[in-house]
Ligand binder design. Structure first.
Ligand SMILES: C[S@@+](CC[C@H](N)C(=O)[O-])C[C@H]1O[C@@H](n2cnc3c(N)ncnc32)[C@H](O)[C@@H]1O
Length: 289
C-alpha cells in the first residue's frame, strides 16, 4: 500500500486502519509477529493481517470483529498522532480546489505540523507533482519525514527544517501553489511570491484570528497579489434516523377516519456537537505582470 496507490493485499510495513465501529478506529503499522490489543481481543498481524485483502473483516481472539481498511489521507487525518493542531478534511477539500491542485502540481507548504494537509496534497499532485514542505521545529520535521517514508510517499515530498519567514521555501519560481499555516503568515508572503512560478500561481493562508487575516491581506496587496478573498467553511453533519410519530386522535369526527397509531418517517437530525470555527482561509493569485 501507499497513501497514493491502492493495493489489494496487506503486507508487512503497511499502515492499516483498524475500524472497530462508528467513530472508533486507530492506525497500526503491520509487522510480522506483532500483536495489537483491541476491546474485542488480540489481532495477530501474521495470522490476521498479512496476506489478507484490505477491507477484510477480522475476528479477534475474544470473538468480536473489526474491519481492516486501506489508508487514505482522510482516514489518516482522523487517526494521526497530533504533534500540533491540524487541518481537517472540510478545510482541506476547499484548499485543494481553490489552489487548483492536480496531478503534476508543484506545491510549497509551511508549516508541516503533523502532516495532515501534506498527505492530502501529496495524494492530489502524485504521480508527477511534488510538495516542498517547510517546518522550523526540528523534531516535527524529522517525524514528518519518517511518516512520509513509512507511508511510501517520500518520493513526492521534500521536508526542509528552516524558518520560512527568514529563509523561505528553499525553491525559487517553481511552485504552482503555496499554502501557509503559521502564526505570522504576513512575514512569509515575499518568500511565497518568490517560490511561485514567474507566470503566476495561487496562494492560501490559514489563520484562526481575524487580526492575522488583516495583516496577511495587507502584505498580499503590498506584494502585488490579486483576487484576494477570505472565507470560512462551516460543516453541518446530519444523522439520518427513523422517527416514530404518534398520529393524533381527532375524535373520529373526520370522514374518512384517520388511521390511529404510529407513523414512521425518515428524518435528518443535525449532530448535537457542530464543529465550530477552525480558521479563515485567505486566497490570492500572483499576478503575471
Ligand atoms: C498548526 S501547525 C500546521 C498543521 C498542518 N497544517 C497540518 O495539517 O498538520 C503549524 C506548524 O508551523 C510551524 N511553524 C510556525 N512558524 C514557522 C515558521 N516561521 N517556519 C516554519 N515552520 C513554522 C510550527 O512549528 C507548527 O508545526
Amino acid at each position: 500500500m501507499s497513501f497514493v496507490e491502492y493495493e489489494e493485499l496487506i503486507k508487512e510495513g503497511d499502515t492499516a486502519i483498524i475500524f472497530l465501529g462508528h467513530g472508533s478506529m486507530f492506525p497500526v503499522q503491520v509487522q510480522r509477529g506483532a500483536q495489537t490489543q483491541t476491546k474485542y481481543g488480540v489481532i495477530r498481524h501474521s495470522a490476521h493481517l498479512i496476506g489478507q485483502p484490505f477491507g477484510s473483516r477480522v475476528t479477534c481472539s475474544k470473538g468480536g470483529w473489526v474491519y481492516v481498511l486501506h489508508p487514505t489521507p482522510e482516514l489518516w487525518t482522523l487517526n494521526l498522532p497530533h504533534r500540533t493542531q491540524i487541518l481537517y478534511s472540510t478545510d482541506i477539500s476547499i484548499i485543494t480546489m481553490m489552489l487548483e491542485l492536480k496531478p503534476g502540481s508543484i506545491v510549497c507548504e509551511s508549516g508541516t505540523g503533523s502532516g495532515s494537509l501534506s498527505h492530502a496534497i501529496i495524494r492530489t499532485v502524485a504521480p508527477t507533482g511534488h510538495l516542498h514542505t517547510v517546518e522550523f521545529h526540528q523534531q516535527r520535521a524529522q517525524k514528518a519525514e519518517e511518516e512520509f517514508r513509512e507511508h511510501r510517499v517520500d518520493r513526492w515530498v521534500t521536508v526542509r527544517n528552516q524558518d520560512v519567514c527568514k529563509n523561505g521555501f528553499g525553491v525559487s519560481h517553481v511552485a504552482d501553489a503555496v499554502f501557509l499555516d503559521i502564526p505570522s503568515p504576513w512575514e512569509a508572503i515575499g518568500h511565497a511570491k518568490d517560490a511561485l512560478k514567474v507566470e503566476g500561481g495561487r496562494l492560501c493562508s490559514f489563520s484562526p484570528c481575524i487580526e492575522q487575516v488583516q495583516r496577511t491581506c495587507q502584505a498580499l496587496t503590498e506584494h502585488g497579489f490579486i483576487e484576494v478573498t477570505t472565507l470560512e467553511i462551516l460543516l453541518r453533519e446530519y444523522n439520518v434516523r427513523t422517527a416514530n410519530l404518534p398520529m393524533p386522535d381527532l375524535g373520529g369526527a373526520l370522514d374518512p377516519l384517520p388511521v390511529l397509531g404510529e407513523a414512521q418517517f425518515k428524518i435528518g437530525v443535525p449532530l448535537k456537537e457542530t464543529v465550530g470555527h477552525t480558521g479563515y482561509l485567505t486566497f490570492a493569485s500572483k499576478n503575471l505582470f
